[in-house]
Write a protein of this length. Sequence first.
Length: 420
Amino acid sequence: MSVVGDVLRRPLVDGRAAFGPLDRSAAPPQWPVVAVGVVLAALLLWGVSTVAPWTMVVTTALGLALGFVLFHSRFGFTSGWRQLVSVGQGAALRAHMLMLGVASVLFAVILGSGFALAGDPKGLSNPVGIGLVVGAFLFGVGMQVGGSCASGTLFAVGSGQSAIVLTLFGFIVGSIFAALTFTFWQQTVPQGPTINLAQLLGYPGAVAVTIVVLLGISALTYVVARRRSAPPVERPPSASGAWRIVRGSWPMWVGALALGVLNAAVLFVSAQPWGVTSAFALWGSKILGFLGVDVASWAYWQVPANAKSLAGPVLADRVSNLDFGIMVGALVASALGGAFVLHRRIPWKLALGSVLGGIAMGYGARLAGGCNIGAYFSGIASFSLHGWIWGAVALGGTWVGLRLRPLFGLTNPKPTDSIC
């Protein structure tokens, strides 16, 4: 079972009054934890306001919303690809397609208008090259061994998943190594072209092609599921009535719609799409710098945008604030759902897999120009070919990662399972 997967099985809350009755067997909301989360959210927003413009504060608030949505919809990339490859269940991948379709349409409007609150909006387009392929493959392997993807790591940490803290540690370590070897991958290894459908076809044409491909992939998942007799997806426990809005869980399609809209909102407010993993390289390098390592001399940190982030406070970094917001938002959501739990005992095999998987993902994300969010989600929504290639190669890495999971005490869905 995935470490994040056990979140799906946590009971939700009991409740009364205006929202109507809930399942009496559900866990009550953890109000002290909710209060801590609300205080942390307020402190985060205040801290950002002291070092960054108001658009950064709004971006951080969007990070809080992303964490809330990710937890309540249990929106998974790692588990979705694992279910598809293991037993042919494509429900999660279809949710990805819905999310990508919504974001693509909204991105086209924003990018086509040339207007965002923080300046000229720019999508995420990266070169197609060897680094992309190697990095995406490493990420695909790592997310199965480590138990989560980039966004999943953040919302799992926020909800109290102690083992995933080790994955986050590995992410940071891998990101540091990638920053250290930046020159090799950028200058020694050949780089391919940057190919963007909007530049080739215009935004209407790019949207049309993207939607057709998304629909085709969605249709294909039904064919695969039928041929492999895929077991149905397990549904997480849920509150009833209007309580469900506040305390979850939500259908995955609701999460897909919300994430598509929120990524577009991040683009509209901050002029850049949602990303996750560049912050990990920053956090690790800040720590090394504090310890006396001259990270500023690394080629990675001499890139102007990166140098600006390294020189400034962490709370002035856009991606860091999104990441902090996701963790705090997930903390509040999990506590409202009565699902915040800290695991005190972590088997050594699971701990080792968490760290190694995190290292593979951290290193791979820097090589590939992003993770399941920056490269796959925001890349495809920005009409960049590298996003599609990232997804295909990471799916291949998933196949390899599934075969490594048993070495670390992790199980995979089986065709004989009644649910997955």
